[in-house]
Write a protein that binds this ligand. Structure first.
Ligand SMILES: Nc1nc2c(c(=O)[nH]1)N[C@H]1C(S)=C(S)[C@@H](COP(=O)(O)OP(=O)(O)OC[C@H]3O[C@@H](n4cnc5c(=O)[nH]c(N)nc54)[C@H](O)[C@@H]3O)O[C@H]1N2
Ligand SMILES: Nc1nc2c(c(=O)[nH]1)N[C@H]1C(S)=C(S)[C@@H](COP(=O)(O)OP(=O)(O)OC[C@H]3O[C@@H](n4cnc5c(=O)[nH]c(N)nc54)[C@H](O)[C@@H]3O)O[C@H]1N2
Ligand code: SF4
Ligand SMILES: [Mo]
Length: 712
């Protein structure tokens, strides 16, 4: 009975008599929706949206609403486990936390002594609020190896935007832009990084115009003023064409360009190489439509650009970020209300402060796998997956022998799954900290049961750049689970670094909150901490760049020895770059469109969510279907030079002709064999982890490649 409920900001772990409601923050995805968690007799009964939270104002998505199903799922890991049989045999034995920690600590000590700290790699999946603890552990232990998807997701744009303007500019939906460019993105479903879908929807309802750049007819495309259905992987050419059009037609903001930027002439010269006719040929878009989009974006002010991950998971990752930054700057939409804003963070420690980045000795830092090759990834302290696989399998430039995974179902989400499988089998020691026994966890020596967000105290949305943090509270405890933060702190202590890790989680969070002057307990009362909101800060203090201006030719990128101006490379596998291969694999495979009820490989075991989307659907255009004899609802085999998978066909006029759009990370937890069907419909069986890579960030073309399709 919600009416009788009292709202408490306190975390209570023991059972109580009546229902209570606790404010917290969801972490079913990247978003940070405020929630009210209803608890009766110590049991979470439901999770609803918090109307007072400015991020979501009461709305929640299906993943958030299903949180109690996740929390109490019968298959959750509740105790540490040690593998008994061979890797992947599915034979496990329960052990105590003491035994687990002692075994891991002894193994890591031994490896460090024999082969150096760099023989141990820490792995994290997508951005999560424990990144600062993971890095702290790695830095204190002395390994430069922290492998994350950051090189194909988010960090190319973070580092590049930081070079051009000193921060990451975020679409300011709250201030209702007049126009938004949704660039390979589905924010109302994905809330990627800083964005909250709910705010975008509000802005749309207030009359915001949309330019949607997507080979698929998405829900947002259906509301677009202009929909650019481009050939997958050609975004950089499109962006260069838009830059060219805006410059050559003098549609740019002269005041901003003259007073607050440097390098305009060089950019103009580069852009001249990209006349619309050339761009039209590459992108398969009509030149007139590109011009219309450029004009709409340049004229309708304020306007915001909302980039998706397709721009990062590309061999053009850095160029894409350069182009988008330049579009924002040229049109004067940078750091303007309703444009793309450089939000000031709330007063908490930065990730690098809390993570003690300064503790990692320079000689260890210099050993980062791929560090010299990929300066942008190196600056983000990211080891790329391909370089880690090379290190494990080939011992180049040294051998990685142990991996500690915190939140990655690597067999599903990393490029080139067969190679990941080979590599994980070749490891001396693998620890996986997980919610469920995933196909990746099945390969581990030790599996540690992790807490959900309902079982974790945390400063939520810590790593994002929308300028807000909010409280996440430990409300219940299932089995013996511990949060990633607690696990990493305890392991740090067992390795002899008690001085670097805190006596309790409360102490750690109070330390993280130091600049705010709040203790963790006080923060729980406050619940929400915004940074200072100020627009057009450049007018008084310039941009945080070496020149204090927006840099069209960023000095920091030049200093990395990379071209500071954007250029377009064809995807490594495309009808243009590989015409011979295209005769055998004639279709473009676009991987990884997000489904609203699954976060990557998660939720496939949650009944209410799986019922809404029971199986993976490969989308093809009716003409493509007719040509390859594919029937709507029938199974098809999709093949690339690397492998073969099966998915159900969805015939829809909404996808570009000649393209197969397939979701990523599909596995089948219901299959009781220890591989849980990870090879069957996993799109990364088809992707490649080999070169070419983005020369700045080491990204791979994980979302665009060639394939062929036939009825199963
Ligand atoms: N082909 C293709 N591949 C892609 C993509 C694509 O579009 N196409 N997208 C890429 C992108 S952008 C990203 S970011 C990556 C994502 O890749 P990952 O983040 O590695 O995603 P998952 O493989 O789903 O792994 C997450 C795992 O963490 C577990 N988990 C959930 N919460 C926690 C927690 O709090 N602690 C711990 N320890 N575990 C937890 C889940 O059960 C799940 O098994 O995938 C990439 N892979
Ligand atoms: N529900 C849910 N939410 C998520 C995730 C999830 O797995 N599920 N993953 C999270 C993560 S880590 C990330 S990085 C974000 C990603 O989130 P987004 O970037 O918002 O979304 P995606 O669905 O990956 O891709 C958006 C659109 O890009 C289109 N697209 C494909 N190829 C191209 C191309 O070459 N160019 C252009 N312009 N468009 C293309 C696809 O058709 C798709 O409609 O979502 C986050 N949120
Ligand atoms: S959008 Fe993300 S944070 Fe918000 S309710 Fe859904 S899963 Fe939770
Ligand atoms: Mo991502």
């Amino acid at each position: 009975m919600a009416e009788a409920a009292t709202i408490e900001q306190r975390s209570e772990v023991e059972a109580t008599q009546s229902e209570r409601v606790v404010k917290s923050t969801c972490r079913g995805c990247h978003g940070a929706c405020g929630v009210l968690v209803h608890v009766r007799d110590g049991v979470v009964t439901k999770v609803v949206g918090d109307p007072d939270n400015p991020m979501n104002r009461g709305s929640l998505c299906s993943i958030g609403l299903a949180a109690p199903e996740l929390l109490y799922h019968q298959d959750r890991l509740l105790h540490p486990m040690k593998r008994r049989g061979a890797r992947g045999s599915g034979q496990w034995e329960r052990i105590s936390w003491d035994e687990a920690f002692d075994t891991i600590a002894a193994k890591l000590q031994g490896l460090r002594q024999a082969h150096g700290a760099e023989s141990v790699c820490l792995v994290q999946g997508t951005g999560r609020d424990y990144a600062e603890f993971l890095y702290r552990f790695a830095n204190v232990f002395g390994t430069p190896s922290v492998a994350t998807p950051g090189y194909i997701c988010y960090f190319p744009r973070v580092v590049v935007h930081n070079a051009v303007c000193g921060g990451l500019p975020i679409a300011n939906y709250e201030a209702h832009p007049k126009c938004a460019v949704i660039w390979g993105c589905n924010p109302h479903i994905t809330s990627p990084e800083e964005y909250q879908g709910a705010q975008l929807v509000d802005a749309l309802n207030a009359g915001m115009k949309l330019i949607v750049i997507d080979p698929r007819f998405t829900t947002l495309a259906s509301r677009a003023t202009i929909w650019l259905q481009l050939r997958p992987g050609t975004d950089t050419a499109l962006a260069l064409g838009m830059l060219h059009h805006i410059i050559s037609n003098k549609l740019y903001d002269r005041d901003f360009v003259e007073n607050y930027t440097i390098g305009f002439e060089q950019l103009a010269e580069r852009a001249r190489l990209w006349p619309l006719e050339r761009v039209a040929e590459i992108t398969w878009l009509p030149a007139r439509k590109i011009a219309d989009a450029a004009e709409l974006y340049a004229r309708e002010k304020p306007a915001a650009i909302n980039p998706g991950q397709v721009l990062d998971g590309s061999v053009n990752a850095a160029s894409n970020a350069l182009c988008l930054g330049h579009l924002m700057a040229l049109t004067g939409n940078l750091d303007r209300q309703g444009g793309n804003v450089l939000f000031s963070p709330p007063k908490v420690k930065t990730l690098s402060q809390f993570a003690l980045h300064g503790e990692l000795p320079p000689e260890a830092n210099a050993k980062r796998l791929g560090g010299a090759e990929f300066p942008v990834a190196n600056q983000g302290m990211i080891t790329t997956h391909p370089k880690l696989l090379d290190s494990i399998l080939d011992g180049t430039p040294y051998r990685t022998r142990a991996v500690l995974v915190h939140g990655s179902n690597a067999l599903l989400s990393w490029p080139d799954s067969q190679r990941v499988y080979k590599a994980f089998n070749a490891l001396e020691f693998l620890v996986v900290t997980e919610l469920f026994m995933t196909p990746t966890a099945e390969l581990a020596d030790i599996v540690l049961p992790v807490a959900t967000w309902l079982e974790t105290d945390d400063v939520a949305a810590y790593w994002t750049r929308h300028g807000k943090v909010s409280v996440r509270q430990k409300i219940v405890q299932c089995g013996e689970v511990k949060s990633d933060q607690e696990i990493l702190m305890e392991l740090g202590k067992r390795l002899g670094y008690a001085d670097k890790f805190f006596p309790t989680m409360e102490d750690a969070l109070t330390d993280l909150l130091t600049p705010s002057g709040l203790t963790w307990r006080q923060f729980k009362e406050v619940g929400f901490l915004p940074g200072e909101l100020r627009y057009e800060k450049y007018r008084t203090r310039g941009f945080s760049t070496p020149s204090r201006k927006y840099e069209f030719v960023p000095e920091k990128i030049s200093a990395m020895g990379r071209d500071p101006l954007p250029t377009y490379l064809e995807p490594p596998e495309s009808p243009v770059s590989k015409p011979e291969l295209c005769k055998v694999y004639p279709l473009i495979l676009s991987t990884g469109y997000r489904q609203p009820m699954f976060f990557h490989s998660e939720s496939r075991q949650i009944p209410s969510l799986r019922a809404k989307w029971p199986e993976p659907l490969a989308e093809v255009h009716p003409e493509t279907a007719a040509r390859y004899n594919l029937k709507d609802g029938a199974m098809a085999v999709i093949e690339s030079p690397r492998g073969s998978i099966s998915m159900k066909v969805k015939v829809t006029p909404g996808v570009l002709r000649g393209v197969v759009a397939a979701p990523h990370c599909w596995w089948f937890p219901e299959k009781t064999s220890p591989d849980h069907g990870w090879r069957e419909a996993n799109v990364n069986m088809l992707t490649d982890s080999g070169p070419p890579y983005d020369a700045y960030a080491g990204s791979v073309s994980i979302r665009t490649l060639l394939c062929r399709v036939r009825p199963a």
